[in-house]
Design a protein around this ligand. Structure first.
Ligand code: MG
Ligand code: MG
Length: 256
């Protein structure tokens, strides 16, 4: 069932989203060669708890940490550990926070030191695909308009969209209906309505779309070893379009 959120509920989700944005900014400041993903996890968890929220991911389906930290060919669900970031890595950080029973969920990919032009372009196109998709987020459009716009944009730049991982509705549960694939047919699917809260999250491979899950049962990597990027915002459909709830202050963080 897809729920429409009331204004008070949206107000609470705005605060959950704001906390997620703050955690992202703290992590972005800390990212440098030599820092471990566990240290990044601790930084995000502190921001979340200091603002009266709970890390949504910790314990979710048994996930052992507060953030997902996915380096280079890891698409999503990387588990923070003692791995040290290296100059030239890219790292996708996914953060969820639950505030007064409502979740915010946002992911961002960062450069570590100096990265290749290939990595820069993958990040650029994946970030842009998020906002190209969001341009379709308005009442009267259908979910497929968002999905189609993301998939078309990614593939027109020679990259691919893994099909097994999707965005989702969000609210009192981190994952609510509907599932939001990063591909689809324009004009199809659920009619978008004011008050829907959605996590839109393009996950993109530089190479082929096939994925593989590592033996830890979490870490999802590109099968061909190609680089991966991931950008996500939680939004609410408004009377005229959408509002980003997980606002951050990165360059190009909240608009194309
Ligand atoms: Mg996420
Ligand atoms: Mg999500």
């Amino acid at each position: 069932m897809i729920t429409l959120k009331s204004q008070p509920e949206i107000e609470t989700m705005r605060e959950a989203g704001r906390i997620v944005g703050l955690a992202h900014e703290a992590i972005a400041k800390a990212i440098r060669p030599g820092i471990t993903t566990l240290e990044l996890n601790a930084i995000a968890e502190k921001v979340i708890r200091d603002h009266g929220a709970i890390p949504s991911f910790l314990g979710y389906g048994g996930f052992p940490a507060s953030i997902c930290a996915s380096i280079n060919n890891v698409l999503v669900h990387g588990i923070p550990d003692h791995t040290r970031l290296k100059d030239g890595d890219i790292i996708s950080i996914d953060i969820g926070a639950c505030y007064k029973g409502y979740h915010g969920d946002s992911a961002w990919t960062h450069a570590v030191g100096e990265i290749s032009d290939e990595a820069k372009n993958l990040m650029k196109i994946t970030r842009e695909s998020l906002f190209v998709g969001l341009q379709q987020a308005k009442p009267g459009n259908r979910l497929g308009d968002i999905c189609h716009a993301i998939g078309e944009y990614v593939e027109s730049h020679g990259y691919s969209v893994p099909v097994d991982y999707t965005g989702h509705g969000i609210g009192t549960e981190m994952h609510e209906e509907p599932a939001i694939p990063n591909y689809g047919k324009a004009g199809r699917g659920v009619l978008l309505k004011e008050g829907m809260t959605l996590a839109i999250e393009p996950m993109v491979h530089a190479g082929k779309p096939q994925t593989r899950v590592l033996q830890d049962d979490w870490t999802v990597v590109s099968k061909d070893g190609s680089l991966a990027a991931h950008y996500e915002h939680t939004i609410v459909i408004t009377s005229t379009g959408y509002e980003i709830l997980t606002v951050n202050h990165f360059e190009g963080g909240n608009a194309l």
